[in-house]
Design a protein around this ligand. Sequence first.
Ligand code: GRF
Length: 190
Amino acid sequence: MANIAVLASGSGSNFQSITEAINKTEHKVVCLICDRKDAYVFERAKVLGIKSYYVPYYKREKEDVEKEIDQILSSSECHLVALAGFMRIFSSYIIDRWSNKIINIHPSLLPKYPGAHGIEESYYSGDLEMGVTIHYVDTGMDTGPVIYQESFTRRENETLESAEEEIHKIEHRAYPEILIKKLDSINKTV
Ligand code: GRF
């Protein structure tokens, strides 16, 4: 059995799909960490029975915030960390301590369209292929080594809304699958 923590900032639909999938395995989602007090993900955590922590960044030194996050991760005895719509960039303080153990999902085919508007930028680029990227996290913005990518071909009459829907459908299936594979391989070495 291996433990995973999820960090999110917003709605938390990925947090929910990760938790529901992991609940069917021997692994465990040990906690949610969120930097926005009113984020809907807290409601989802309550319903799913996952312990949640609010860790604000506002008017704090980044290193102090990251120390707090590091302490929560360590005391939760987690082996892997999944970012799911977590809108912050980590410094080397966290990255060095959790090297190759932090994974992110991004809604574009990186290295194209990193940042907060991956879906809109992919859609308005006119690219025929759109998709998602799951990657290790480093100190850059969506720059870490790619673990998995999945694309789909823009359909006739594709709207921004229908493209978004397709991307989330892929995310909600692929992200839990990749995370569970990682947890399985950690399990063998623990
Ligand atoms: C997802 O599209 C994810 O790829 C991106 O942020 C979004 C989070 O959505 N990093 P949700 O909060 O999981 O619903």
